[in-house]
Design a protein around this ligand. Structure first.
Ligand code: ZN
Length: 163
């Protein structure tokens, strides 16, 4: 086997970008310099709440610190309190507005975790009875019918009832 086959040379520009926080899509959205991908439904001085651009399910929401950090151990107390507080509010919202009865809530941290964006973000994924299975999702046969920009506009109003 040749050495070049052992080295994922095509990954180098990607890894370099990952280290450069100027290219972080979430930082750009938070700064307001990426309006076309901005699915923010709420923002304060410390945290932002956004719809996921590629939702796993309708109502898939992310809560993230506005600071570019990549590990929960870097969160300060106020960020931590905000994230916990708003996680509970988003669960209330999803229960009432989306009739979801179950949730997956969690972080992907580190390069082998499946995280596609290094900027720390907490996923809140509502789960529904009789969902299609994992195979339907990875094969792309699962269709998300909601237009994310319409959902965003709706939830920007709706969230005011819950926070
Ligand atoms: Zn960032």
């Amino acid at each position: 086997m040749k050495w070049k086959n052992l080295f994922p040379i095509n990954k180098i520009p990607y890894l370099k970008n990952k280290k450069n926080i100027n290219h972080c899509i979430l930082c750009e959205i938070i700064k307001g310099s990426c309006i076309e991908k901005d699915l923010t439904i709420y923002k304060n001085a410390l945290i932002s709440i956004m719809l996921n651009l590629y939702p796993y399910n309708p109502g898939h929401i992310m809560i993230l610190p506005n600071r570019h950090i990549e590990d929960i151990r870097e969160l300060n107390d106020n960020e931590e309190k905000n994230i916990t507080y708003y996680t509970k509010k988003i669960m209330d919202l999803l229960e009432k507005e989306y009739n979801s009865q179950s949730f997956n809530i969690g972080y992907n941290i580190g390069k082998f975790s499946g995280a596609s964006i290094s900027h720390l973000h907490l996923h809140i994924v509502p789960r529904y009875p009789n969902e299609l299975g994992f195979i339907d999702i990875i094969s792309g046969s699962k269709l998300i019918v909601e237009d994310p920009t319409l959902t965003r506009d709706k939830l920007r109003e709706v969230i005011k009832k819950y926070i």
